[in-house]
Design a protein around this ligand. Structure first.
Ligand SMILES: NC(=O)c1ccc[n+]([C@@H]2O[C@H](COP(=O)([O-])OP(=O)(O)OC[C@H]3O[C@@H](n4cnc5c(N)ncnc54)[C@H](OP(=O)(O)O)[C@@H]3O)[C@@H](O)[C@H]2O)c1
Ligand SMILES: [Zn+2]
Ligand SMILES: [Zn+2]
Length: 369
């Protein structure tokens, strides 16, 4: 394999103040190329709230991971393949990489298309270190010009989907699609609630609708009602600051709720009252407090309600989601930012301005604004 004639460089955070728009453009050394790896020329990368919670150290100190290049909603063109590249990927293909870039590939879960629950070797696309190959080498994400990593976690983007719109599906979309399918959205779960209309939430509405469910959006304020309806939602509940009052008359109306909000202070008793006996409340939003709001035991017992969580999506689930999006011609709502304006885009995302996902465009590499 010949050496590359390109350099790896990207926008790195050096500390928690980076989330205020202080990322610096640096060169870095990627992992050593393994025969099952690919190199991507990055065209697009979505901005996920997990990027900003990592940069701000909202989930805890990042330690020796500084400096780090975040971004895990990556779409790019394949510019290098190894002799053991998977997924039929060849040079020139457009592929996407989400929040996980490696796993052990041999445990019970990896063998069952559940690499996202791997028992040893789960490697995040940033803020992590490789262990299966290039042990100890840091992972670098998508706010960059090139990406290198295992082809097992690179998903071909179907021709019918705009690659920029595909980017945020790789984390944001998959994270809601996975529990929607697991808990039968559109099948036994006809009535689905989505809490929080942000990046993940808007995909929740779009994908639950595509799966045939009737969707209720549960949002802070009336501001996003019209958007929710355009995305396919049939009902809209405004929590205001008193959820118990807001949900009066809607008790036991939903089979499944996906909670994408990361609010630390939710009135769980009120939210759980919305669920029918036997139904599920699935958390995907991760409050920076690291704690769940209090759940009174009777709210679970009297209502036969199940509370659970879900972590991103496996490569197989991502492929199925992209096939559904292509078939239904479903559209991600994105706003494009030149990657060079990253230090403006990040604070704007933190301020809650995205409608509903910011996508960084690497124009130098041929990404289209
Ligand atoms: N489980 C996983 O695998 C996984 C994967 C990716 C991301 N995540 C997590 O999922 C969460 C959502 O990510 P995202 O990218 O969709 O974020 P986002 O675009 O910022 O959306 C979050 C939404 O939550 C609602 N919200 C309610 N209370 C809030 C509060 N106090 N602060 C902020 N938002 C509040 C808002 O919707 P309304 O205005 O409609 O109320 C907001 O639009 C984050 O915690 C992220 O880290 C988890
Ligand atoms: Zn994410
Ligand atoms: Zn595994």
């Amino acid at each position: 394999m010949s050496a590359t004639d390109y350099k790896f460089s990207g926008w790195a955070g050096y500390g928690p103040e980076s989330v205020e728009g202080n990322l610096k453009f640096i060169d870095y050394e990627p992992k050593k190329f393994a025969e099952d790896d690919i190199d991507l020329k990055i065209l697009y990368c979505g901005i996920c709230a997990s990027d900003t919670s990592t940069l701000s150290e909202g989930w805890g100190p990042v330690g020796d991971m500084w400096p780090q290049v975040v971004g895990h909603e990556i779409v790019g063109e394949v510019v290098r393949v190894g002799s053991e590249t998977e997924n039929g990927i060849k040079k020139g293909d457009i592929v996407g990489v989400g929040a996980q870039c490696d796993s052990c590939l041999k445990c019970h879960y990896c063998n069952k298309d559940q690499e996202n629950y791997c028992s040893g070797g789960w490697t995040p696309t940033y803020n992590g270190k490789f262990s299966r190959t290039s042990q100890g080498s840091k992972t670098y994400g998508g706010y960059a010009n090139y990406w290198r990593g295992p082809s097992h976690f690179a998903i071909p983007i179907p021709a019918g989907i705009d690659p920029a719109e595909a980017a945020p599906l790789l984390c944001g979309g998959g994270t809601v699609y996975s529990p929607l399918v697991q808990y039968g959205a559109g099948k036994q779960a006809k009535n689905v609630g989505i809490i929080g209309l942000g990046g993940l939430g808007h995909f929740g509405v779009m994908l639950a609708t595509a799966l045939g469910a009737e969707v209720t959006v549960i949002s802070h304020s009336a501001r996003k009602r019209e958007d929710a309806e355009k995305l396919g939602a049939k009902h809209f509940l405004i929590t205001g600051d008193d959820e118990a009052k807001a949900f009066k008359g809607h008790e036991r109306s939903l089979d499944l709720i996906i909670c994408t909000s990361n609010a630390p202070d939710m009135n769980m008793q009120a939210y759980l009252s919305l669920i029918r006996p036997g139904g599920n409340f699935i958390l995907v939003g991760i409050p920076e407090t690291g704690k769940l709001p209090d759940i009174p035991p009777t709210a679970l017992i009297m209502g036969n309600v199940h509370v659970g969580g879900s972590l991103i999506a496996s490569p197989q689930t991502l492929k199925e989601m992209l096939a559904l999006v292509a078939e239904k011609k479903a559209k991600s709502w994105i706003q494009r930012w030149p990657m060079s304006k990253i230090n403006e885009a990040i604070p704007s995302m933190v301020a809650g301005n995205a409608r509903y996902r910011y996508v960084l465009v690497n124009e130098e590499n041929g990404g289209k604004m």
